[in-house]
Design a protein around this ligand. Structure first.
Ligand SMILES: Nc1ncnc2c1ncn2[C@@H]1O[C@H](COP(=O)(O)OP(=O)(O)OP(=O)(O)O)[C@@H](O)[C@H]1O
Ligand SMILES: [Mg+2]
Length: 497
């Protein structure tokens, strides 16, 4: 298209409303802090210090790093929304993409974002965004301001950057009193989640010593979703790592059953949200975890897959294909590899489910040959069913009892069946089969589909005779039998009578 002769008109975004819109991108405190940590790691920081200072509504969160820092011009550019083109190629180690994170993450939590930065052998420079000033002036103007007490924050560092969040209106009401213990506890709890999120999101950087992250002075220990307790490493890797078509790799893990590890180790595996919620894919972009425990819309979370965690590694060149979002907390597999991921995950999930059901196996194992299950899981001709174990001691006793007290014996037998129907095992089997390959699927046997026909005949005849002896006409007796389960399925046999 040739634009030379077309009339144009500027339509500049309205500063005060646009900047408010930045607040609504959907970060939470955890993802917002992680976005600032991203920038520090991209700036090659060796140490990152996160502090939270409680002053009621005037509380402060700061993130300081000893990375390469910025000069005045670079800082102004960093503060500019859309500092970089999302389409630009980035260094492999750069965790950024959109040129927005610093601003959008900060505004999602606070009204004042101050950044001070310093390059080696230079003085520090600082600027702040103040949402109240932008609203007042309706201009994209930074202000030369820092919260009290931070002018010398970088004096002990050769280079680095400090990000300071004040007026944390999305974390707690600005009117909160400093003596409000309830609010203080809530603030502290939200920040504890942030600490855990950082320990998880950046665990690879912490593990390989790229960076140390300090939380109010204490170094954060990494939380590895696959080996949450390295001293008791019993995680299973049931299938080899696969290359994903189009790029990236996938590798499945099944965490150990509760009965195989110490309580401490099992607890370590719970992560932020507990086992059932932490199951699923863990998508990494480089060494940075984007998504933790999400089945990416391919499966649902279910109790019996709670030990399954599958690692997906992507290079940052696949950002567009996987639709990585601004918050770096969403990813969508491209259609070209969705099937492959689904098939791979099914294998891991079926192993995970078997481990989840391990408890029953352990008991069986301890009893060895002597173990007497109440129900037997039987497969014949690709069809499965559960049958009562005729050799079970209880059944033998009931047979003995029937010789002298038949009514009581029948009653006991019925109670035994009612009480012990293996509903859970049936449920697991049914849902498990749904996720298997179609050609390997076994189906549940239809009731009475392979019972000995003579047995039915014999029982029908006996019941028929009883009715006749009680004074019923043959047609009446037949009509009655046709209404009784399971004989309703054997009309032809009833007609033969
Ligand atoms: N701690 C820091 N140290 C040095 N430079 C920084 C720091 N934080 C931000 N920058 C600079 O500011 C720029 C803008 O940061 P911002 O987080 O807004 O976007 P981004 O990291 O490029 O992309 P994304 O939106 O994906 O986070 C960065 O590209 C980087 O050059
Ligand atoms: Mg960034």
């Amino acid at each position: 298209m040739n634009y030379d002769h077309i009339e144009t008109q500027k339509a500049i975004p309205d500063a005060s409303s646009m900047i408010e819109t930045f607040r609504a991108i959907g970060y939470n405190l955890e993802t917002a802090v992680a976005d600032i940590v991203d920038n520090a790691i991209s700036a090659e920081a060796k140490n990152i210090y996160i502090e939270r200072i409680w002053h009621g509504g005037k509380s402060i969160i700061t993130l300081k790093d000893d990375g390469h820092g910025m000069n005045g011009e670079e800082l102004i550019n960093a503060m500019r929304p859309g500092a970089q083109n999302p389409l630009a190629e980035r260094a492999e180690t750069d965790l950024g993409r959109f040129g927005l994170g610093l601003k959008t993450a900060s505004f999602s939590q606070c009204r004042k974002l101050s950044v001070m930065s310093k390059k080696k052998n230079s003085d520090s420079v600082y600027w702040s965004w103040d949402l109240d000033y932008v609203a007042l002036s309706n201009e994209w103007n930074l202000i030369k301001w820092l919260p009290e007490g931070y002018l010398n924050a970088l004096d002990n560092h050769e280079s680095g950057t400090i990000v300071i969040w004040t007026d944390l209106d999305r974390v707690l009401p600005l009117s909160t009193s400093e003596n409000d213990d309830n609010a203080k506890r809530k603030f502290s709890n939200s920040l504890e989640r942030v600490r855990q999120h950082i320990a998880m999101t950046f665990h690879r950087f912490i593990e390989d010593k790229t960076v140390k992250i300090y939380w109010c002075g204490n170094v954060i220990e990494p939380w590895n979703p696959f080996f949450p307790c390295p001293e008791e490493n019993l995680t299973d890797t049931p299938a080899p790592q696969e290359n994903i078509s189009g790029g990236g790799t996938i590798k499945g893990f099944v965490l150990p059953h509760k009965s195989r590890v110490s309580e401490k180790a099992y607890k370590a595996g719970e992560g932020i949200n507990g086992y059932p919620a932490q199951q699923g894919f863990y998508v990494y972009r480089g060494k940075r975890l984007l998504l933790a425990g999400d089945w990416l819309g391919i499966f649902r979370k279910e109790e019996h897959y709670k030990l399954v965690r599958i690692q997906i590694d992507l290079p940052n060149t696949l950002d567009t294909n996987w639709q990585i979002d601004i918050k770096k907390s969403k990813a969508t597999p491209p259609t070209t590899c969705r099937d492959q991921i689904e098939q791979y995950a099914k294998k891991i999930r079926s192993v995970g489910e078997a481990v989840f059901r391990h408890r029953g196996k352990i008991l069986k194992h301890r009893a060895g040959q002597d173990f007497q299950p109440l129900w037997l899981d039987k497969t014949k001709g690709g069809k499965w069913s559960f049958v009562v174990n005729r050799d079970h001691l209880l059944i033998k006793n009931i047979k003995e009892m029937a010789k002298t007290e038949p009514i009581q014996a029948i009653d006991t037998l019925l109670r035994f069946i009612e009480e012990s129907i293996p509903t859970k095992a049936i449920y697991v089997k049914e849902t498990h089969e749904e996720t298997k390959d179609a050609d390997k699927q076994e189906i549940q046997k239809e009731p009475f589909s392979d019972i000995d026909i003579n047995l039915i005949r014999q029982m029908l005849l006996q019941m028929f005779n009883n009715q006749i002896n009680a004074g019923k006409a043959p047609e009446q007796a037949k009509a009655l039998l046709k209404t009784i389960e399971p004989f309703n399925n054997f009309e032809d046999l009833i007609e033969e009578l």
